[in-house]
Ligand binder design. Structure first.
Ligand SMILES: [Zn+2]
Length: 152
C-alpha cells in the first residue's frame, strides 16, 4: 500500500512513514502532479472532498482533526497492519528506506554512547544523511502508536 498525501495532511504522512508506509508528500503540488502519483498506483489521502470524489476509488477522504484520530480512522478503513519490522524503517523527512549504519560513516556523526549502546540498530538516510537510532524520541512515538492501536 503506497500513498500520496496532499498538502493538508502532512502530519498524517509523517506518521504513515513511521509505520513504514511509502508515503509521498509535498507542501505544494503543481497542477496534475498529484494525479501523476495516483496513476503510479498510490492512493491519494486528502481532506478535500471534491478532490476525493474526482479520483473515486483511488482516493481516501481524511476525516478527523488530530493526527491520532485521522490515523485511527485510516487504520480501520484500510485495515492497516504494518509489519513490526517496517516500523521506523523510513526517513520521516524524505520517505526513503533507511540503511544499516555500516554503509555510512557513523563515527563522529552520532554521540559515542549511542554508538556504544546501539551499534547494530543505527540507521542512516541515504537521501538527507541523517542518522536514526532508538532513543527517547522514538520511545515517545512508540507510545503514541500503542495508544492508536498499533502494537508490536
Ligand atoms: Zn532523509
Amino acid at each position: 500500500m503506497r500513498f500520496v498525501a496532499d498538502s493538508m495532511v502532512g502530519r498524517l504522512a509523517r506518521w504513515l512513514r513511521v509505520l513504514g508506509y511509502d508515503t509521498h508528500y509535498q507542501s505544494r503540488y503543481e497542477p496534475g502532479e498529484m494525479e501523476r502519483f495516483v496513476s503510479q498506483g498510490r492512493t491519494l489521502l486528502t481532506r478535500h472532498r471534491g478532490r476525493a470524489e474526482m479520483m473515486k476509488g483511488r482516493a481516501l477522504l481524511i476525516h478527523g482533526n488530530g493526527v491520532g484520530e485521522q490515523i485511527s480512522l485510516l487504520k480501520k478503513d484500510l485495515g492497516l497492519e504494518p509489519e513490526p519490522s517496517a516500523l521506523f524503517s523510513r526517513c520521516l523527512g524524505c520517505n526513503v528506506l533507511l540503511r544499516p549504519v555500516k554503509e555510512g560513516p557513523a563515527e563522529g556523526e552520532v554521540p559515542e554512547y549511542v554508538l556504544y549502546q546501539n551499534r547494530d540498530r543505527i540507521r542512516f538516510c541515504p537521501s538527507c544523511g541523517r542518522y536514526f537510532w532508538p532513543g527517547s524520541h522514538r520511545m515517545r512515538m512508540e507510545e503514541r502508536l500503542r495508544e492508536w492501536g498499533f502494537s508490536r
